[in-house]
Ligand binder design. Structure first.
Ligand SMILES: Cc1cc2nc3c(=O)[nH]c(=O)nc-3n(C[C@H](O)[C@H](O)[C@H](O)COP(=O)(O)OP(=O)(O)OC[C@H]3O[C@@H](n4cnc5c(N)ncnc54)[C@H](O)[C@@H]3O)c2cc1C
Length: 467
């Protein structure tokens, strides 16, 4: 990498003018599980700025990563060179109420997108569980919600503009530049800086959600019936128990309503005391199975109902810092994977020093898509999300859990969530994704100088270099 002192005076001045954080500031992802020390945090204000930055990067051998809100639980957004903070690029460019589409600059956060869509009586058809992400960050890692009739967020994109690694502005959609379009919608930041997208939405809607207990066997024995029991469904299954909480939501015209809030139940017990217990369990991990059983009985037996604007009902709080891992497997393999995971938890519980886990397993669903690197490419999927509490780094044995989980996912043709740290590398990914080599060819064309390559891309997308 060129040292900043070797930049020409004009280039250095240009970069300094766009600097938005003091030199030496570190980048941390949201969970503070990954970090890097970029030479520059730059806040471009226009595509022109981005083109110029890329041209400087090519001339001087620097690398460039755009970030949204840095929520990815992996090193996917890390670089020691230039980080582009896209916060100033968040304008609405156009909308079409009849076609229900909106074109936006890609630094816009989902929570702001809900507002501007709402003002035009539109909404996203499905949504992840929080709305802090930028739209570009969300699509670049195929962020998803839940519902077999709904694709991940990248599948909602109908037009996209990117500045590639030569500084060229390229447009693509379903009719023009279609290969680039199918590659770029979920492109891990590897093809260029995405500056604009058009999103296919639907007329604003309310959701009626009902959350109630279900047994794991009810899901295993009729997975098709379960996924079709509502437009959007998900479960949180409590390891060491036969119990899960099922959340189902449908579009509705009912009046808005929320369950009564209780400070004692929701904040005091649900967050503070629970966090203390998890902390204590670091030293007494054998308490965890009992805690899971009690937690389910105390907090999850009661049915709950909500009716509200869709984006409020899709969202829920994720206040605890955590390690996460998530994979997608074909829907028809979900029952077998659930059974194997249950056997593994139970076998570990029988060992006095077996792995004990902190949180429920979240199970969600999504429809197949044409996005080359989406885990949903050409298959309707069931996502398995696992989490471990993260009081201090390296203090919980999550790696053994990850290993066992990933082994089960691999034997069920699993594809990992790109944003989350996972153990799949180039050759595994090449086997998992039919268009992986085509993506590689497009990457070489879009980024001939490798300015968008960081460790994550090098280890997973680039062919291993020959000795
Ligand atoms: C609390 C929490 C809850 C979550 N819930 C869900 C969930 O329900 N479902 C789900 O699927 N995921 C979920 N995630 C994962 C999250 O959606 C992804 O990590 C998403 O990528 C984060 O968006 P971001 O804007 O923070 O992107 P970042 O993490 O900043 O970046 C992600 C990738 O996108 C690239 N990128 C960002 N902007 C651009 C751009 N303009 N052009 C090109 N590349 C760009 C980056 O370089 C990087 O490669 C969750 C994460 C957290 C921390």
């Amino acid at each position: 990498m060129t040292s900043p002192s070797e930049l020409s005076e004009a280039d250095r001045k240009f970069l300094e003018n766009l600097r938005c954080k003091p030199k030496g500031t570190r980048f941390y992802n949201w969970a503070r599980t990954f970090t890097s020390r970029p030479e520059y945090f730059l806040a471009p204000e226009s595509e022109r700025d981005i083109i110029e930055i890329i041209q400087i990067a090519v001339r001087c051998g620097l690398s460039v990563k755009a970030i949204g809100s840095g929520h990815s639980p992996s090193d996917i957004a890390c670089t020691d060179s230039i980080i582009l903070v896209m916060d100033k690029l968040r304008r609405v460019i156009a909308y079409d109420s009849n076609a229900c589409t909106m074109t936006v600059e890609t630094g816009i956060r989902l929570r702001d997108l809900h507002q501007v869509l709402g003002q035009r009586n539109m909404a996203l058809s499905d949504l992840c569980c929080i709305s802090d992400q930028s739209i570009a960050g969300a699509i670049s890692t195929a962020t998803h919600g839940s519902g077999v009739g709904f694709g991940d967020l990248s599948s909602m994109i109908t037009y996209l503009v990117l500045i590639d690694g030569t500084g060229k502005r390229v447009e693509c959609d379903q009719q023009n530049n279609t290969d680039l379009f199918d590659a770029a919608r979920c492109s891990l930041g590897a093809l260029g800086i995405i500056t604009q997208v058009t999103i296919k939405c639907e007329p604003a809607f309310k959701l009626h959600a009902v959350q109630k207990p279900i047994t794991l066997d009810e899901v295993i024995n009729d997975i098709d019936g379960f996924v079709r029991s509502a437009e959007h469904v998900r479960i949180w299954w409590f390891p060491y128990t036969e119990h899960a909480v099922a959340w189902r939501a449908n579009r509705t015209s009912m009046e808005k309503k929320w369950p009564k809030e209780s400070f004692v139940r929701d904040r005091l017990y649900g967050f503070h005391i629970y966090q203390l217990q998890l902390y204590k369990a670091r030293f007494m991990p054998n308490d965890l199975p009992g805690m899971a059983r009690k937690h389910f009985k105390r907090r999850c037996m009661q049915e709950k109902e909500w009716v509200d604007d869709s984006y409020r009902v899709f969202s829920y709080d994720c206040p605890l810092k955590q390690y996460v891992n998530e994979w997608a497997i074909p829907l028809d393999q979900a029952p077998s994977a659930l059974k194997q995971l249950r056997e593994w938890f139970n076998a570990e519980e029988r060992k006095s020093d077996g792995v004990r886990v902190h949180f429920p397993v979240e199970v969600r669903f999504a429809q197949e898509s044409n996005t080359w690197l989406s885990p949903t490419y050409r298959r309707t999927v069931c996502y398995f999300g696992i989490t471990m509490f993260r009081p201090y780094q390296k203090s919980v044995p999550y790696k053994e859990y990850w290993q066992a989980f990933e082994d089960i996912m691999r034997t069920h043709q699993g594809r990992p969530h790109w944003a989350k740290y996972h153990g799949m590398f180039y050759h595994d990914l090449q086997r998992a994704y039919p268009r992986f080599d085509d993506f590689g060819r497009i990457r070489e064309t879009c980024d001939p100088h490798g300015i968008f390559v960081n460790d994550y891309i090098r280890n997973r997308i680039l062919p291993p270099s020959k000795p």
